[in-house]
Structure formats: C-alpha cells, structure tokens
Design a protein around this ligand. Structure first.
Ligand code: FAD
Ligand code: SF4
Length: 445
C-alpha cells in the first residue's frame, strides 16, 4: 500500500468518526436543552407565569441566531431559554426589566415591550418632562412603564428638576410638591425636592422602600451605578435589600426628609386656582402646587373593611416567615399567595385558612398538591365557605355558610384578597391612560 493511501485511510478513519461523534453529541445536547426548555414553558403556562405582567423581552424569531447570550446575561432564572436553536421566553411574568438580554443580544433580536398583541397593559400618558395631561401632575418610575431601581431613581430626580422650571410663587398652606409613593422613584424625588429647596411631603401607603422592601429574596442586582440626589454615586452591583434600605434610611434621616409612612393618598383633586387637594385614607388634606406620582405598578392590597382590620396584627403579605414561631395564625384567601403563605407557616405555627368559596380553583399545580397534603396531614385547617367578619385582640370571628359564627383564638392575620391596580386612582385624578399592546420600550442600543 502506498504511503498516500495509508495517510488517507488514517485521516478518514479517525477524523471523520471524531467529527461525527462531535456533531452527534452536539445535536444530542441541543435536543436535550430543547426538551428541557419546552417542559419549563409548559409548566410556566400551567402556573400562569408565561404571560408578561409588565416589561418583558420580545424575541424577533427571524433575527434570532440562538447565541444564548441573552440567557447568560439575564440575572433572573428561567426567563429565557432555547428551543430548536431559537430563544424563547419561559417565566415571562418574573422578568423585572433589567434589559441585560436586550444589551447582550449580538444581532438586536430582542426588544423590551409592554403588553402583548392580545393582552393590553394600561400606561399613563407622560410627556418627556414627566408631566401628565394634567398640568402640575407628574409621573416617575415604574408607573410610566420602565422598571428597575436605577431608572426609577433617575426619573424621580428628573421629574423634580423639570418641575422646578415651572415653580409657582409660594402660597400659605400650599406645598410646592406632594410626592406619592416612597419606592426608589419617590425617595429620589424627595431628596431632589430638598436639594432644590422645595417645600414637600411624601406619602407612603406602606413602608419606605416600595417594591424593594417587599422583595421575596435578599439579593438585588443593579446593572449600573446610580446617582442619588444629596448623596452622590451609589456603586452597588450585587447588593442586598437590607444594604440598600439602610443606605436610603441614612440619607433620608441625614437630610431630615418628611416621609409619612402607612398613609395612602386616596384622591387628588385639581382645584380651580391651579393647585391640588390631596386627601389621605386618614382623612388629612394637603394642598400643593404640584403632585408627583411615584406609585409603581403593583397597586394596593384590597382590604376586607371589617372591624379591627387596622390592628397591628393584620398584614397583607408575609415578609419573614422564618421569624414567626408558635403563633396562632389566620390566613384569609384561596389564591396562590394565600396558600404559599399558609404553607410557609405550618411547620412552626397553628394555621387556619379561611376561604369564601367551597373549593380552591386556579391554583398552581404544585400549590394544589401541597395544600391537599397539608390538609391530609392536619398541618393546616381549611374553613371553606367562610368570611372573616371581625378581628379582635385575642381572636377573630368567622361566619360560615350555615350562618354559624366561629371564634378562633388568634395572634396574627394575613389577608390575601387581591389588589387594586393604580388605574382607578389615576383616572379619578384625570390622568389619561391607554392600553398598550406590545408597546416597544427599548428597541435599539
Ligand atoms: C421580585 C422583584 C425583583 C426585582 N429585582 C430587581 C433588581 O434586582 N434590581 C432592580 O433594579 N430592580 C428590580 N426589580 C424592579 C424594581 O423593584 C422596581 O422597578 C422599582 O422598585 C420601581 O420603583 P418605583 O419607585 O417606581 O415603584 P415601587 O418600588 O413599586 O414603589 C411605589 C410605592 O408607592 C406606594 N404607593 C402606591 N400607591 C400609593 C398611594 N395611593 N398612596 C401612597 N403610597 C402609594 C407603594 O406602597 C410603593 O411603596 C424587581 C422587582 C420585583 C417585583
Ligand atoms: S429584561 Fe432582564 S429580567 Fe427580563 S429577561 Fe432580560 S435580562 Fe432577564
């Protein structure tokens, strides 16, 4: 056999099988990924996480080359995946709008959108200087459509900077601005108002920090530094909720800001003289030349309006379940939040779940399985067809279908009765809103 032939046999005999093996393993891996992602999409659909609630990545299927750069860049888990070599969304409703996917895509196949073709999302009309159609009412932060701590902080500051250009002469008992909401946008706006020496007041229906205060996880990702008025550059990349809240509290106290927590702005009434009357849930009235709405998009937990609901033992979300031991807890509601909270408390507490309907419907399959198991184990007592009618110091009263009233000894009450979106509040103040179907918030870099 001549040498050339031997060489060729060697090449074809080793290189080709090697290539074939490589291609085989590559395709097998790709196929495995596709199957895994497709399964995750199915679960996301079952659990109601597939449809977006706010900002989300929209993938242009004709441009996507399946590089996977978006998946690597996204700091959240399982928002994006690859099916058959093309990117797909999975748990879209968990997208918090970092936009890292959008920046990472090498072929600009991702745009950040709000609303889908079939499911519209209400967005208020806001001009470039953050003013609404009502002169004097401004909007900053996630309510305007763009999420993230950094964006909200920037917008809060810019809205006040623009407001200062239209500053009106001082009047007795009329503030320069009332800021509604003390999340990132409201905090930055309050600091900016102080910097510009405006007379201002901030109302927060819940606790300082807004959505950040309620994060179910400690970790916070900030893709770029942010500038906080009266403080300077904040360079926290991977930080914690506690670190950020501590920083905000420090800056607020050093600058002596007036932020009134646990007070909701119930209505904003434009007056004939061009000022606004702001009425709170506690009946106080404030007058102001301008109003900044920094109320986010998450709305207000719905109340039951029963006697005793204002008690300290009542809450509308469960923040640190690991801190609650040996308590008698009543959880009201039959949705996923109620079930998940009840289940988190069963190990170390006595839990009664009161639900107004005769059975659970539309639960995530894994919650349904777990609650059925907990009922079977007697680790939670569920009272169907029941309504909480009053909350007392040591107990609660629950009315059952047969009009029987149950008194249950109790230390803590958690109410999960859904939420009221900010749309009604805005409309009442005259702010124009439109439904957006797939509105592009970011389309080029
Ligand atoms: C689970 C989760 C994780 C996230 N992770 C990150 C992250 O890692 N990094 C990041 O940058 N962003 C993250 N985000 C997004 C970020 O939290 C929001 O974009 C940001 O908090 C929006 O700020 P905001 O001030 O506009 O609104 P919010 O933070 O929602 O604050 C609005 C405030 O207004 C109050 N309010 C509403 N109505 C009234 C009223 N009528 N009267 C008085 N007060 C009122 C509310 O109680 C609330 O405190 C995350 C969001 C979620 C849900
Ligand atoms: S916008 Fe952010 S959270 Fe949403 S998919 Fe892109 S990187 Fe992930």
């Amino acid at each position: 056999m001549n040498e050339v032939l031997l060489e060729q046999i060697l090449i074809y005999g080793t290189v080709f099988p090697l290539c074939a093996f490589t291609v085989f393993f590559y395709l097998r891996k790709k196929n495995k990924k596709t199957i895994e992602t497709a399964k995750k999409v199915e679960v996301a659909k079952e659990e109601g996480l597939y449809e977006p609630v706010s900002l989300y990545p929209h993938i242009d299927l004709n441009s996507c080359i399946g590089s996977g750069a978006c998946i690597t860049a996204c700091p959240e888990k399982d928002i994006l995946g690859i099916v058959n070599g093309i990117a797909t969304v999975i748990n879209t409703s968990n997208c918090v709008g970092h936009g890292a996917c959008f920046h990472a895509c090498p072929v600009e196949a991702i745009s950040l959108r709000i609303g889908t073709e079939t499911r519209g999302v209400d967005l208020p009309h806001v001009s470039e200087n953050y003013e609404t159609n009502i002169k004097g009412i401004y909007i900053a932060g996630e309510l305007g459509g763009m999420g993230l701590i950094k964006n909200s902080v920037e917008q809060g500051q810019m809205a006040i900077d623009n407001m200062v250009k239209n500053k009106k002469p001082p009047k007795d008992n009329v503030l320069d601005v009332v800021i509604v909401g003390a999340g990132p946008a409201g905090i930055a706006a309050s600091l900016a108002a102080k910097k510009h020496r405006l007379s201002s007041l901030t109302l927060e229906q819940d606790s300082l920090g807004g959505t950040v205060y309620t994060f179910p996880r400690a970790k916070i990702v900030m893709t770029a530094p942010m500038d906080l008025p009266l403080y300077g550059r904040v360079k926290l990349h991977d930080t914690s909720k506690d670190e950020l809240l501590t920083l905000w509290k420090k800056v607020i106290s050093e600058n002596d800001l007036k932020i009134i927590e646990h007070t909701k702005a119930e209505s904003i009434i434009p007056l004939e003289n061009g000022t606004f009357k702001i009425i709170t849930n506690k009946g106080e009235e404030y007058f102001s030349n301008h109003v900044l709405l920094a109320i986010g998009r998450r709305g207000t937990p719905r109340k039951l309006n029963v006697p005793g609901e204002e008690s300290q033992k009542v809450a509308y979300r469960l923040l640190e379940p690991e801190q609650i031991h040996e308590k008698k807890v009543v959880v009201v509601g039959g949705g996923d939040s109620a079930i998940e909270s009840a289940l988190l408390l069963t190990d170390e507490n006595e839990v009664v779940l009161s639900y107004r309907k005769d059975k659970f419907s539309r639960l995530k399959p894994k919650n349904r399985k777990k609650i059925e198991q907990a009922i079977a184990d007697n680790s939670v007592q569920v009272v169907f067809n029941s309504n909480l009618v009053s909350i007392n110091d040591q107990s609660v009263l629950i009315n059952k279908e047969d009009d029987e009233t149950m008194e249950i000894e109790n230390d803590l009450v958690y109410i999960f009765a859904g939420g009221e979106l900010p749309t009604g509040f805005l409309k009442k103040a005259g702010v124009e809103i439109s439904k957006r179907f797939g509105h592009i918030m970011k389309s080029h870099k």
